[in-house]
Design a binder for this molecule. Structure first.
Ligand code: AMP
Length: 112
């Protein structure tokens, strides 16, 4: 999508602090970290949010969760939270599917 911030980050057109990359997804540190470790994992192909996951593209989401499991082990994250906000009321501000991975501090439930 031509005017999508995360499409541009995945394409290297806007700089980011890369954590991981493969042919399907891209992971980078959040610009405004909410925990000592806070990175985002996004598909390279544009998907608006979890609500746009279908039979045709769910393999991308499965792959992203494999990558999150692999990265969390490599980074030594014993405990972490994976969050995806869907829609403005839930706090989504960038309308390209992304999973927040947060770790390194005590967290509360329910979330705010
Ligand atoms: P959400 O509000 O759930 O849609 O999450 C979007 C996230 O993207 C926020 O946590 C922002 O801090 C983060 N973000 C926005 N712009 C950038 C950027 N250029 N580089 C890294 N993270 C960003």
């Amino acid at each position: 999508m031509s005017d999508c911030l995360f499409c541009k980050i995945a394409a290297g057109e806007i700089p980011s602090n890369k954590v991981y990359e493969d042919e399907v997804c891209y992971a980078f540190h959040d610009i405004a970290p909410q925990a000592p470790t806070h990175f985002l994992v996004i598909p390279k192909a544009h998907i608006g949010s979890v609500s746009e996951i279908t039979e045709d593209n769910s393999g991308v989401a499965a792959h992203i969760f494999e990558v999150i499991a692999k990265l969390s082990k490599e980074l030594g994250l014993d405990s972490y939270r994976v969050v995806s906000n869907i829609g403005e009321q839930a706090g989504q501000s960038v309308f390209h599917l992304h999973f927040h991975v947060l770790s390194g501090r005590d967290m509360t439930w329910p979330p705010g």
